[in-house]
Design a protein around this ligand. Structure first.
Ligand code: SF4
Ligand code: SF4
Length: 319
């Protein structure tokens, strides 16, 4: 079985597993335990099924931040130190399962942009420390090591990563022009979020194309948009990440400060150009990975003769 087919099967499996999980768990409770019961109300009254969602326990929220920090550390270690695409893929699948299908896309740094913006501008609005940590952790890591969050941690990125089938190279100028959309979206989303309460809109969450899959629920039109992104994503690597994700824009800025990040060659730089076509995300320019665009997928490593040379030395094969 080919690698793309294996990835699609895995994605299908995870979606089915998530669906099964959603039916197995109790997700709602009655808002008030002492509310009148059907037998005391009489007249054939039955309790409506949909009630308010259970708040997540504090220690579980802290656990989420711990898992995020661990996954970020693993992403850096696997991609920068181990240079292992295989293990980075396992991390991607694990993150999709945890942050996507188990946590149902919430809490997510992408959407938390709006919460942070409101908290900074509205004195009556505050956010829990876990939201603040979730927002800043990936940015902090990006400032030192590049976009490790986008590589194997973000569930939205993972959905798209797993469907890349036959990616085309988008012409650089078009790629750069489309890449500006995410900054426009970032500005509009923040502007809408910091409006007075009655006019406030959380656009990033409302138009999240993948959260409907994670929750096995959502408006039909957004599920169609998500499906369209996944279909396009088979041929244009990670379209939402590259052209629309506002948090990706913030990570791109932060990663410009990083001293370390993906280097295609393990040690001595070559200028053979074999890597130029290897990146499905247009993140290699003049035979170097562009820190702000590199999505930490580790695909380019295998294109480098130095990587293969190092592997041959490791297994003691004749050179
Ligand atoms: S660009 Fe946005 S959606 Fe894509 S992986 Fe990064 S944070 Fe997630
Ligand atoms: S340069 Fe491209 S192929 Fe290499 S790790 Fe970055 S995104 Fe992946």
């Amino acid at each position: 079985m080919t690698e793309p087919a294996r990835r699609l099967l895995l994605l299908l499996f995870l979606m089915l597993a998530g669906l099964g999980y959603s039916y197995a768990q109790v997700r709602y409770e009655r808002p008030v335990d002492t509310a009148p019961q059907p037998q005391t109300i009489g007249g054939g009254y039955s309790v409506p099924e949909v009630q308010k969602p259970l708040p997540r326990r504090q220690w579980l929220q802290v656990l989420d931040v711990g898992v995020l920090a661990l996954a970020l550390g693993l992403s850096v270690w696997l991609v920068i130190s181990k240079r292992s695409r295989r293990w980075a893929q396992f991390l991607t699948i694990g993150s999709l399962a945890y942050f996507g299908f188990y946590r149902e896309g919430c809490i997510c740094p992408v959407g938390s942009i709006q919460n942070v913006a409101v908290a900074l501008t509205d004195p009556h609005y505050s956010i829990p420390i876990v939201v603040t940590a979730t927002f800043f952790l990936p940015i902090g890591v990006a400032m030192f090591y590049g976009r490790a969050f986008c590589g194997g941690v973000c569930a939205l990125g993972a959905m798209q990563e797993l469907v890349v089938l036959k990616p085309i190279q988008v012409p650089r100028r078009l790629d750069q022009a489309l890449g500006l959309l995410k900054y426009a979206y970032l500005g509009i989303a923040i502007w809408q979020a910091i409006q007075p309460f009655a006019a406030r809109e959380f656009l990033i969450c409302r138009f999240d194309p993948f959260v409907g899959f994670f929750r096995r629920d959502g408006f039909a039109h957004m599920l169609y948009v998500g499906a369209a992104f996944l279909i396009v994503g088979m041929f244009v690597g990670r379209p939402y990440c590259r052209y629309l994700c506002p948090y990706g824009g913030l990570l791109a800025w932060a990663s410009r400060l990083s001293k370390r990040g993906v280097t295609i060659t393990p040690d001595k730089e070559l200028d053979c150009g074999l890597c130029t076509e290897a990146c499905p995300y247009g993140a290699i320019d003049k035979m170097r990975a562009i820190r702000k665009d590199c999505l930490y997928c580790a695909r380019c490593y295998s294109s480098c003769p130095r990587t293969n040379e190092a592997a041959l030395v490791q297994i003691g094969a004749p050179r």
